[in-house]
Design a protein around this ligand. Structure first.
Ligand code: SF4
Length: 346
């Protein structure tokens, strides 16, 4: 049987009605959310906090942190007054400490420059420190019901499937954002943003989309193609350049391992990492300190733009690093370094 999808952009009103109707009945209950159509907008502080946390982790992982934060710091002014070290300690386990620092900078700007009240427009939110385009759009839509185009990975996937976009990501991103924008109107923009997020998270899942229960199946060219999980199209491994590098696991013999904070700009910017060599075709082995380095094998990791083989070297020594307990270090590290650390400690 051949399935022909109706056009998502031309049939926009019907598609929107179907998805919003589904959301009204099936919205996830989340602690930072007012229910669909409840007429009460969610506290922007809670929306903002949840969106920052969710940028790096899943709903089940972020939820206890969100509850802990909002119990301890119920208003943005409370968070703004928190000592840096306390906030950082509460953030531990969420990783990516640059985000925690930005969180504090933003809370302090809202408290000191805006009287403790979040700006209610996308542009006003975007001007806050550490608030990127995605977070500004999400808070504007969800907290203030502004007509904002909220595009995260879930929404990109839904758009790629609805329109069967053949351009691979990341090159397709502007097109996916444009397609998402075509469906945004001034009617229930906050619910619309959350409905799309919920659809991507619970129905249009990355590996096994549940098309048979999908409210927008009639408009989905990906479904009509018979292979919706093919979208968004990704570059094949062979099409990605391959790089090599060294990662250094330096232990102090006292249960701690040396970490470094990566430069704010660039790949994994601002995150904690292991000391490494340059990454390239034939990088030089360049340990961070002189020590008796031994080989511990290698790990493979695939980034969006390239794949990487990291040779892991291990030694015991000292130096100016962020010394972190070995059993806690992996939790603070992006996956590539967590893999290398695990290899080094094996
Ligand atoms: S029909 Fe399937 S692929 Fe298309 S949007 Fe729904 S769940 Fe995703």
């Amino acid at each position: 049987m051949t399935v022909v999808a109706r056009s998502a952009s031309e049939d926009k009103d019907a598609l929107r009605a179907a998805l919003l109707g589904w959301y009204d009945a099936a919205a996830r209950t989340l602690p930072w959310r007012a229910g669909p159509g409840s007429g009460t907008r969610t506290d922007p502080y809670r929306v903002w906090l949840s969106e920052v946390m969710l940028q790096q982790t899943t709903v089940p992982h972020a939820t206890p942190y969100f509850l802990k934060f909002t119990e301890r710091w119920p208003m943005v002014g409370d968070l703004a007054a928190a000592p840096d070290a306390e906030l950082m300690a509460a953030w531990a386990g969420l990783g990516y400490y640059a985000r925690a620092r930005n969180l504090l900078a933003c809370a302090r700007a809202v408290a000191s420059d805006h009287g403790g009240v979040f700006p209610d427009t996308e542009a006003g939110l975007r001007a806050l420190p550490g608030v990127g385009a995605y977070t500004a759009a999400a808070v504007a839509a969800i907290a203030f019901d502004r007509e904002a185009n909220v595009v995260d990975g879930n929404v990109e996937r839904v758009m790629a499937r609805l329109s069967a976009v053949e351009t691979p990501v990341p090159a397709a991103r502007p097109e996916l954002a444009r397609l998402a924008g075509l469906l945004v109107t001034d009617q229930r923009p906050g619910d619309w943003a959350q409905a799309l997020m919920d659809l991507g998270a619970t129905v249009c899942r990355p590996k096994s989309p549940a098309c048979l229960v999908c409210p927008v199946r009639d408009w989905c060219a990906g479904y009509a193609s018979g292979a919706p999980e093919r979208f968004p199209v990704k570059l094949k491994k062979a099409d990605r350049p391959h790089r090599q590098g060294f990662a250094y696991v330096l232990r102090d013999g006292d249960g701690r391992v040396a970490l470094v904070q990566r430069p704010a700009k660039g790949l994994l910017g601002g995150m904690m990492g292991l000391p490494t060599s340059d990454w390239g075709a034939t990088p030089a082995d360049s340990p961070p300190v002189e020590a008796d380095w031994t080989d511990a094998g290698a790990i493979e990791h695939v980034f969006t733009h390239f794949s990487l083989t990291l040779s892991v070297r291990v030694a015991t020594g000292q130096g100016e690093f962020v010394w972190t307990a070995e059993d806690a270090a992996a939790k603070a590290l992006p996956t590539v370094f967590a893999k290398a650390l695990t290899r080094g400690l094996a």
